[in-house]
Ligand binder design. Structure first.
Ligand code: MN
Length: 515
């Protein structure tokens, strides 16, 4: 088995994005896709084109821009969705259509209202439809782990017969236990006569915290594609975390005898970028990429590490790209050094965006002595957020204190470049700012989450505000960073409102499209 490779299929931009509150814009999705390519993932599931015009555009752009990775589009098992997926990926150097269809009797009875016979026919017909467009077709029997195994084998045989080149065993609801899941994979190899014609993939969710464990067990039983997401984000409790799967295979190569194409030194950077753009903060104790993952507190540990690192360290932090020193740039750094650093951090901005970002960097360096990688990531996050906004925050001012009424004035630039100004009183400065913005951008919403954190240590640090708002049953995330936390708060609110405005519009278009 030595020398064999397992394909890493990243679904951060699809399953991850679908997690409540993330609605990345096209530019942000492209940045993540580029970094995933630098990380070396084999397949990038870029989105679900039929669901919205925005998702379609993002998949199409990513398909055009990437050079190495296969770009995959998800599709329902219907012709219109498959054709739309093809439209989105047809200019990819290497494209894939991924069709899913529920197969568990539970889903059949309550969701699809179809018989097993109907499902077999439909699955075969839809794979055949996708094959008209391209060769690389993946099929997922959704809720595989709660599907009657005999029927699952039948479905797999049927879709492989119809031309599916990858079959994906999905633990959609995170129900399976490792031993049981391993046996299911063994069963698939034993009982599906044409299984050698397809790659066996797994897609494991984390509802019981077993997404990674189940994926690893499946690899041991012969699965050769793992579907995962950066930082483990995704529907409900999330998906198997890419960084954990990859580092487990690498660290325990004595057991796996298998490799991935991942450049592990890009892991930390990718994790930061995804966290920055999605607003999903990485817990401090998260394996591989958490702040404390390589931090030893106990005296016995520290003593051991100093004498010999591997006494208590099973991985070298440098292997996952944790930066050795945080210090990088300052006031005197030039445009060239800045651009180089951006490239190292995985950002490839065009000339206009670069000029804009450099100006913001200079302004930050004036206020803050040392500008670290984290500061730069936050700053670029800010640039990407404002690139596609409907309303732009031009000015914000507050007056507050223990004997005064918190008052805010704001000036926004509207969709037609018009200047819009207003003022409001509030219970505190942030409340006053949000009320003043609401007087201009009149979209009903409820603030459900508000948190402030500092990006680096020190009193001059950038303060980052993360908020979530709800409108019409949907959640929108907003982030903003500045050395002034009132300004960060205003930026975060504008960011969430802009996402709401774009996605809200998208949804209405979709409603008109659907029969
Ligand atoms: Mn999923």
């Amino acid at each position: 088995m030595t020398g064999e490779r397992v394909f890493i299929f990243d679904t951060t931009l699809r399953d991850g994005e679908q997690a409540a509150g993330t609605s990345l814009n096209v530019q942000e999705k492209l940045e993540i896709a580029r970094q995933l390519e630098a990380l070396g993932v084999d397949i990038i599931e870029a989105g679900f084109p039929i669901t919205s015009q925005g998702d379609f555009e993002a998949v199409r752009l990513i398909a055009r821009e990437l050079h190495n990775a296969t770009v995959c589009a998800l599709s329902h098992a219907n012709e219109e969705a498959i054709d739309r997926a093809w439209e989105a990926i047809k200019s990819a150097r290497q494209g894939r259509i991924h069709i899913f269809l529920s197969t568990s009797s539970l889903h059949l009875a309550y969701q699809l209202k179809k018989s097993q016979e109907d499902v077999l026919k439909l699955a075969a017909a839809m794979v055949a439809r996708a094959k008209k467009h391209l060769d690389d077709v993946e099929f997922t029997p959704m809720d595989s782990t709660r599907t009657d195994t005999k029927f699952l084998y039948q479905v797999l045989e049927t879709v492989i017969e119809a031309g599916a080149t990858t079959v994906n065993i999905a633990d959609t609801v995170g129900y399976a236990l490792p031993d049981e899941f391993g046996k299911l994979i063994e069963g698939v190899f034993k009982n599906v006569p044409n299984i050698a014609k397809a790659v066996v993939s797994v897609h494991c969710h984390n509802d019981l915290g077993l997404g990674v464990a189940n994926s690893l067990e499946a690899i041991r039983k012969g699965a050769r594609q793992v579907e995962c997401t950066v930082n483990g984000i995704g529907e409900c409790a999330g998906n198997a975390a890419l960084e954990e799967v990859v580092m487990a295979i690498k660290t325990r190569s004595d057991l796996f005898h298998i490799t991935t194409k991942i450049d592990t030194t890009q892991i930390y950077r990718t994790s930061r970028l995804v966290s920055e753009l999605t607003g999903f903060i990485v817990p401090q104790n998260k394996a591989i990429v958490g702040k404390n993952a390589f931090r030893h507190q106990s005296g016995i540990h520290q003593d051991g590490i100093i004498k010999k690192a591997n006494t208590y360290e099973i991985m070298d932090p440098r292997a996952v790209g944790v930066p050795a020193s945080a210090l990088v740039l300052g006031k005197l750094s030039g445009r060239h050094a800045f651009k180089e650093r951006l490239l190292e951090l995985g950002f490839s901005l065009d000339e206009t965006a670069l000029n804009h970002a450099f100006k913001a960097f200079k302004e930050l360096a004036d206020k803050k002595k040392d500008v670290t990688d984290r500061d730069i990531q936050s700053l670029i996050g800010e640039e990407l957020r404002t690139a596609t906004e409907t309303y732009h925050l031009d000015h914000v001012g507050v007056s507050c204190g223990n004997h005064s009424m918190p008052t805010a004035t704001v000036r926004l630039i509207g969709p037609n470049k018009e200047i819009l100004a207003d003022a409001a009183l509030g219970t505190g400065p942030v409340d006053a700012v949000y009320k003043a913005i609401n007087r201009i951008v009149r979209v009903p919403n409820v603030l459900t989450e508000f948190s402030v954190s500092s990006i680096t240590e020190g009193i001059d640090a950038l303060g980052e505000v993360l908020i979530r708002i709800e409108s019409d049953g949907a959640t929108y995330t907003g982030r903003g960073s500045d050395t002034d936390i009132i300004v960060s708060s205003a930026k975060a609110y504008m960011n969430a409102l802009n996402r709401l405005l774009v996605t809200g519009k998208d949804r209405k278009e979709q409603e008109i499209d659907e029969p």
